[in-house]
Structure formats: structure tokens, C-alpha cells
Design a binder for this molecule. Structure first.
Ligand code: PMP
Length: 427
């Protein structure tokens, strides 16, 4: 569809450009320093979990169901922490290992395991020549960095409104034995906010991989991060696997990064009993046992899934107005111009914005010039290559509402000016 700028006469477009250049100059003069780049909770959000810090003192009983948190032992984590982690994902606690504070770190360790030791008795990936991972895009840049860092080839797969394009996934996974994995964020995906439909989840479970050492990296980072209404329902991938009669296919990850404190939460992985037995062997070579004092604080603070749900309502009260402001500013500023579309998530941390073809890098650069840092254009694609240069990830949670409003005003001017410049260049 032609944009309002493309439809203007030459004289109208020149006048619009002059007006937008003037608005940009005014913003530049304000010397703003605003950040909408990374999905970080705001200081008010992390403050919600500060009472957790008061729960453990030198007087506290540091045992959990007979396990001492203040010593070696419990390589899969404290019993209560495993129970909480399992309840949140709807899986059996026997198949859960709670370890460390970063789920991304666990994902890295699982890729490392495939690379160095090999999965399910197959040759290590490092001895198999070319190895590929599928990367639904736009997706989470740090996933792609993990596999890229091993020299694994990242292959983009289109994202649709209900998840990755499963025809493309099936074609690769079932025909190409060099495809060893796929990165998935199945709920409130980073950055589209999409939750995979039951049909997509079932299609994942029904895959017949060409490679026996193919695993789905199911990063359920935003499992409990609804900020609007009832939110989205994600079908349990292990239920779908049971339905399909498939096993040993999925590594699922999650953490409390955006429930309590990013980098100081608890993270976990779950998989089939056979896959967990194998992963435990790999983890056992990496550490004696995981950090458990933080696990103890977490379970005493959050207690159970109901406790987490209560806590997440407090996050929602802080996050929802920010997403509403994004929706309002983009609608007020851009809806009439036919230059852009954006997503309307009910949870998670991001809005995914699509500008005109060939605009994203220029918009991000101009916003930077006007004092607003955005995620680098292209970052949500493997190797930073957005083929159409249209996508920008908006991360609205960290700034205050005032700052966010200002940053969005700058963003809207940058989108308009770049769109008008592109329309002018086409003439
Ligand atoms: N997965 C996704 C999809 C994320 O968006 C993030 C954080 N931005 C992470 C993982 C990182 O989680 P952690 O802190 O547990 O490593």
C-alpha cells in the first residue's frame, strides 16, 4: 500500500519534509538521552522483589525438605525450587534441573553438550561438518549469538502470527540431517509477542527429524508474563509430544529473570527422562552442585505458581500502561500515514515494529541522533541481516512513563522523516 508521503504531490512532500526536518532539529536541541533498547524491567519492577532479600538472615533455617542450601549437594536444585519450576511449566519435577541464574546460560550449556559430547550417542556436532540451527525471525538475538559462536549455521525461518512457518520448518527438519536444532520462544515471543497456536505446537511435536540428535530449544522465558486480561494460553509441548507418541525431542527452559531480579534469579531446564539423564551427566562435569541460597530465597518468597501469579499481577500493573502508551503514541502518530504496522501483545517485553522497506537502519540511526537508543536494526535476524530492513524491536518496560512518552515522540518523528525521505528519493 502506498504511504501518505508517496501519495503527496511534489510540493506537498517538500512541505512535509521541511516541517519534519524542523521537528527533528527541535528534538536534537533537547539533547535527550533515552533508552528503548533492551528488555529490562524498570526499577519499580525489580523493587517488587526486594522483600525477598529480607527472608534469609544468619538466623534462618537453610534446609529445604532435608537438603542443606548452604552446602554442596542436590545437583538438580532444591526440592522446593524444582517443584515450583515444574509447576510453572506443567511438567514432572523429576525431570527438572534448577541451576544458576540464567536460562540463556543453560541453553549455551546444552548447545555445548551437543557440540562437544554429542546428543543421544550421535557424533559430537563439532565432528559432523556443517551443522545448522533454524532461527524463526524476527527472534531473540542472543539465541542466534549462542549458535553463531560455535560456528553453527543460523538459518532464518519466517515468523507468522501463530508461530514459525511450520511448512518451512518441516521441510528443513525432515529432509536435512545437518539441522540439529531450532530456537523457539513459544509464548509472547521476543520480539513479536506471538504465542504459538495449538496447531503449531502439535506440528512441532509431530516432526519426524532426519537427525536423531535434533532438539527443539523451547525457551519459555515469558510463560507467566501476561500484562493484559487473561492473556494467551500456550499448549504444553510435552502433552503434544505424548499425543504424537514422540520422545526425546525438546529441551524446555525458563527462569525468574523477569519475575524477580534479572541475572540474580533462578533458571531451569526440563526434558524427557532420557534427555535429562544425559544432560545431568554433562552438567555434572561442569559443577559440583548449583547455587541454592538464591533458590531458597525464591521459594520462600514466591512459594508456588499461585504466588508467582499474584506477583506477576504487580508487574502487570507497571508494564501494561507502558504498552498502552506505545499503542497510543504509534496510533496517534502513524496510523493515518500507512507507513508502518506493529504488534499488540498481551504479555512479554516487546513490540515488533515494521516500517517501510529499507527504513529500519535509517530510523534507528536518526532516533539515536535525536537522543533515543533503540535495539540495532537487524538484531532480531541471524547475523543481523534483516532482508527487507523493515523491523525494529521496541522495548518499553525500562524507561519511566514520561521518558517513554518522549522517546516514542522522537521515534514517531524519526519514522515519519525517514519515510518521507524515502518517498522523495523514489521520485
Ligand atoms: N530468553 C528470552 C527469550 C529472553 O528475552 C531473555 C531475556 N531478555 C532471556 C532468555 C534471558 O534469560 P536469562 O536471564 O534467564 O538468561
Amino acid at each position: 500500500m502506498a504511504s501518505a508521503y508517496q501519495k503527496m504531490t511534489d510540493a506537498e512532500l517538500d512541505a512535509a519534509l521541511a516541517d519534519l526536518e524542523r521537528q527533528a532539529d527541535e528534538l536534537r536541541a533537547l539533547n535527550l538521552k533515552l533508552d528503548m533498547a533492551r528488555g529490562k524491567p524498570s526499577p519499580e519492577q525489580t523493587a517488587l522483589s526486594k522483600p525477598m532479600l529480607d527472608l534469609l538472615t544468619s538466623e534462618s533455617d537453610l534446609s529445604d525438605q532435608g537438603v542443606d542450601a548452604d552446602n554442596y549437594g542436590a545437583p538438580d536444585g532444591l526440592p522446593s525450587a524444582r517443584a515450583l519450576a515444574a509447576e510453572l511449566l506443567g511438567v514432572d519435577a523429576a525431570n527438572v534441573s534448577v541451576m544458576g541464574s540464567s536460562s540463556l546460560n543453560l541453553m549455551y550449556e546444552c548447545v555445548l553438550h551437543g557440540y562437544i559430547h554429542g546428543i543421544a550417542g550421535e557424533k559430537p556436532w563439532c565432528q559432523q561438518g556443517e551443522v545448522k540451527f533454524l532461527c524463526p525471525a524476527p527472534g531473540y538475538d542472543r539465541h542466534f549469538t549462542v549458535t553463531e559462536s560455535f560456528g553453527i549455521q543460523n538459518v532464518p525461518v519466517p515468523m507468522r502470527e501463530d508461530g514459525p512457518d511450520m511448512d518451512v520448518v518441516r521441510e528443513y527438519v525432515e529432509k536435512d540431517a545437518t539441522v540439529k536444532g531450532i530456537w523457539c520462544v513459544p509464548k509472547y515471543a521476543n520480539p513479536t509477542g506471538v504465542t504459538y497456536s495449538d496447531e503449531v505446537v502439535r506440528a512441532f511435536a509431530a516432526l519426524k527429524p532426519a537427525a536423531p540428535d535434533f532438539r527443539i530449544f523451547w525457551d519459555n522465558a515469558y510463560a507467566v508474563h501476561t500484562f493484559e486480561g487473561e492473556g494467551d494460553e500456550l499448549m504444553n509441548i510435552f502433552d503434544a509430544l505424548a499425543e504424537a507418541g514422540a520422545e526425546n525431542r525438546v529441551y524446555e527452559f525458563a527462569s525468574t529473570a523477569k519475575v524477580t531480579f534479572p541475572s540474580s534469579g533462578m533458571a531451569w531446564v526440563t526434558a524427557s527422562p532420557a534427555d535429562m539423564a544425559e544432560l545431568r551427566g554433562a552438567f555434572a562435569a561442569m559443577r559440583v552442585s548449583p547455587e541454592k541460597i538464591s533458590q531458597l530465597a525464591h521459594v520462600r518468597f514466591l512459594k508456588d505458581a499461585a504466588g508467582v501469579a499474584e506477583h506477576m499481577k504487580k508487574h502487570a500493573a507497571l508494564v501494561a500502561p507502558r504498552f498502552a502508551l506505545v499503542e497510543k503514541k504509534l496510533t496517534d502518530g502513524l496510523a493515518d500515514l500507512d507507513v508502518a504496522t506493529w504488534t499488540h501483545p498481551k504479555g512479554g517485553y516487546f513490540v515488533s515494529f515494521e516500517g517501510p522497506e529499507g527504513s529500519a537502519k535509517a530510523i534507528v540511526a536518526l532516533a539515536k541522533e535525536l537522543g533515543v537508543t533503540l535495539t540495532p536494526a537487524g538484531a532480531p535476524w541471524p547475523y543481523g541481516r534483516d532482508p527487507r530492513d523493515t523491523n525494529i524491536r521496541i522495548a518499553p518496560t525500562y524507561p519511566s512513563l514520561d521518558e517513554l512518552g518522549q522517546a516514542l515522540d522522537v521515534f514517531v518523528v524519526a519514522v515519519k522523516l525517514v519515510s518521507a525521505r524515502l518517498a522523495k528519493a523514489e521520485r
